[in-house]
Design a protein around this ligand. Structure first.
Ligand code: CP
Length: 317
């Protein structure tokens, strides 16, 4: 297995099967610190820099919480408008990163431009973690999601996953890449204008990912072990910020998961994951059911990021 020490976490396309399990193992080992709200000093001499050029609640705060749980320090920005990258100068990624690399030992970056964290990694002497890049990928989120599925179902191989939502979405790209390493099958449900792009499908074919495009969730929900969701009513992820202007519309029934649909058509054992935030595609009446796992996913958001920080900073092998 390749070492994680000093490694950039940019994509799941190049993640190997045993590397997923190594992250899960370290997450299991570190979980008691998060569960018991008991910080450790594993990274007490290290500093995380968060560089967020797009809004975030979960990813930035969970990454910061993970660093603090491990005894490290945190600094950064959550709005590029407060930096020279977001004002008159429009400072480049290269110049910005050549500053940030001296302020900390690892950089967690979210950006509206696909490939921006890759560009940062090109210039940075410290590891860069992609926390979402435009419509590109969201590798840490999907490591959390697969960890949650593995924890809840006891396995990844042999599972059928119903992916519902906007297939241009970065989580969908990362999870479909990741499935190449497991004996998993995906049902893909999205509005036609948000479907998988031909070039992405060609990549999935080259990676031998098994997926089938289906018109509506209700057609295949009875076969799904895992329901993996994203909104179809959502902002433009290529913008630094996309304000809501007026009525944004409602999610068509084909792309919605409700308690009634789960009760009438779903597997009794099916679990629902959603990285959040949600609109109306996942109705709140699912929250109290045994199917909901998105709050577990949220907790695991800290745990898995603790594992990643510990691995790339060399606190564990
Ligand atoms: N799931 C996720 O990426 O949430 P945030 O946009 O709040 O970070």
């Amino acid at each position: 297995m390749r070492s994680f020490l000093g490694r950039d976490i940019l994509s799941l396309k190049d993640f190997e099967r045993n590397e997923f399990f190594r992250v899960f193992q370290v997450a299991d080992d570190l979980k008691p610190h998060a569960r018991d709200r008991r910080n450790t000093d594993l990274l007490k001499h290290k500093t995380l820099v968060t560089a967020f050029y797009q809004p975030s609640t979960r990813t930035r705060l969970a990454t910061e919480a993970a660093m603090l749980r491990l005894g490290g320090s945190v600094l950064g920005f959550s709005d590029a408008k407060m930096t020279r990258a977001g004002d008159f100068y429009q400072e480049s990624i290269k110049d910005t990163v050549h500053m940030l690399e001296y302020y900390g030992d690892v950089i967690a970056m979210r950006h509206f431009q696909q490939g921006a964290p890759h560009e940062a990694a090109r210039w940075s002497s410290v590891p860069v973690i992609n926390c979402g890049d435009g419509w590109g990928e969201h590798p840490t989120q999907v490591l959390i999601d697969l960890y949650t599925i593995h924890q809840e179902m006891g396995r990844l191989d042999g599972l059928k996953v119903l992916c519902v939502g906007d297939m241009r979405m970065r989580t969908m790209h990362s999870i479909l890449y990741a499935m190449s390493q497991f004996d998993m099958e995906a049902f893909v449900v999205s509005p036609p204008e948000m479907s998988l792009l031909p070039e992405f499908k060609a990549e999935l074919d080259a990676l031998s990912v098994r997926y089938r495009e289906v018109a509506a969730a209700e057609e295949v929900i009875g076969e799904a072990d895992v329901i993996y969701m994203e909104p179809v009513v959502q902002p433009d992820y290529t913008k630094s910020r996309d304000e809501r202007a007026g009525d944004v519309g409602l999610t068509p029934a084909a792309y919605k998961i409700t308690r009634q649909l789960l009760r009438e058509r779903g597997k009794s054992s099916a679990i629902v994951l959603h990285s959040l935030p949600r609109m109306d595609e996942l109705t709140t009446d699912v929250d109290p059911t045994r199917h909901a796992r998105y709050w577990t996913e949220a907790f695991n958001g800290v745990v898995v990021r603790m594992a990643l920080l510990a691995l790339v900073l060399g606190a564990v092998e």
